[in-house]
Design a protein around this ligand. Sequence first.
Ligand code: PAF
Length: 288
Amino acid sequence: MEIAKKISEIREAVKAMKKQDVTIGFVPTMGYLHKGHLSLVKHSLAECCKTVVSIFVNPTQFGPSEDYDRYPRDPVRDAELLKKEGVDLLFMPSVEEMYGKDFFTSVEVSSLAEKLEGSLRPGHFRGVCTVVCKLFNIVTPDNAYFGWKDAQQLVIIQKMVNDLNIPVKVKGCPTVRESDGLAASSRNIYISADKRKNAVALYKGLSKIKDMVENMGITATDVLLTEGRESIERFSGVELQYLEIVEMDNLNPIKKVEDRALILGAIKVSGVRLIDNMMVEMKRVTSQ
Ligand code: PAF
């Protein structure tokens, strides 16, 4: 596995790959890799001839009081894991390499970026879109792989790619969960062992709503959200930040689940923020 730290180096390495006329898959990450990231890598390896991964803890997507400085980092272990998976090229730029002095440009997918996570983390998606747009321009992949775990991020990046005609296929991959249902996340290490059992609160609430829609046929979102909230708030030490049922493409809240919809939530468990979501789908009754 080749490791590039400079933009000029990764451009050279990608240029050499492109001479072989191969499909290039790209997995952007902030490192501290877990099985969710590795599943994105596996999707890319299965679908593309070459796989490029980036590790860059992007300062512009963290708010001033957020965890940029203490965000977990372990580049040596990450590089070993990626090498073992069979990744071809790893891009690990410094902050100075990505944002030289006098960096003025940003990419914003307005409206979508202000809802849900965006309402609690102003500027977060501006930072995400700016860095992902830069990475797409640097790596120029055919496909890029993102987890459904960050559903709003995925919807926003898809929109950015469409709006700006960026020639990359954005692929959403299923959320990877621990055995108790908690979605895999680099931030899970912040949860102490004694609080761990309460961290599944959001997963339980989302599952409850999904069950009510798909197995009981309940479609009124006020009823669904009341039940979901109660299920979450039953866990001790859990603060519910938001729980919404929205349309897949525009993330607008809906009153009734008619086809497919997305339930998204965020909680704080003893100070640690966790997000998760599930897709719900009304089963169609087909006449024979
Ligand atoms: O999902 C992430 O890890 C980050 O938001 C991303 C897409 C790598 C951009 O920094």
